[in-house]
Write a protein that binds this ligand. Sequence first.
Ligand code: ADP
Ligand code: MG
Length: 316
Amino acid sequence: MNEFELIERYFSTQGQRRGDVVLGIGDDCALLRMPPGMELAVSMDTLVEGVHFSLGTAPEALGHKALAVNLSDLAAMGAEPAWTMLALTLPREDLPWLEAFSRGFVGLADRFGVQLVGGDTTRGPLSITVQVNGLLPAGTALRRAGAQVGDGVYVTGTLGDAGLALLQLQQQGVRDPAVINRLERPEPRVKVGMALRGLASATIDISDGLLADLRHILRASRCGALLQLERLPLSPSVSALVSQNDDWLLPLASGDDYELCFTASPSSHDEIEHISRELGLPITRIGEVRKELGLACELRGTAYSTGSVTGFMHFK
Ligand code: ADP
Ligand code: MG
């Protein structure tokens, strides 16, 4: 199969998914119609073998995750996902791999009403780059800057599950499929992000760990925060591990959860609880924005030092 046949067979399977795609895969460019009054939110992320995933990762999960981490960025801006592009570098023609990968990718795209409108296919060490485009009513994007003193700090879902999955994969012991799933098939919090437009004062998605990502909000907003660790939303497995050795590293500093962290005025609290109930997703207030710069933590009223805990960094 040449690359054109590959593309045709595995990546043109969605057909016409959206009315605003004037021209999809197959020409030199895709043509997309922007609705009037909307802004385009664009983002791109790359997954590299050995850095973002290990050799043994199921290709179907990879296809899912490559798109999910990008949709998570759109969620963190409150954008509605619309179009995506995929640049694939493959070491060889591996049809079962491509079939599974595209199933994971297109399955998630279909679920969020996203159309794959183009990309690039090349030979080389396995690398997956996805670009996404989302739509936002002009001026409504949720940025990192905007947190105000007195705002609550919130997170969606539970924290530390992807980090625990990584531990389980590295060790020879138990593997909890539900936990591994959180690492391999993260669920982008698109609906929450969209619902938070006009409510959240600052938003980010947690890809590098709560502390690292919340610090981005605080830096951009020029303020600090105090977190109450006992409020952190934990799954039973992470909770068990934390209480076992009183080590909060997992929920505070492990990455890849792709939950949203945001700040919002106390006057928005009831509406946030309403959104949480409507979407069936926990949204937990874990602390407060304050004037004193920096990120402080306390555990049941006593200061808790997070030392030099940082998130994952590629260049350090
Ligand atoms: P060109 O030579 O003009 O760059 P390509 O041969 O790279 O064109 O791609 C042909 C068509 O297939 C284009 O519409 C391109 O966007 C699309 N395409 C290529 N690779 C992928 C892919 N992995 N996923 C989706 N579309 C792809
Ligand atoms: Mg090309």
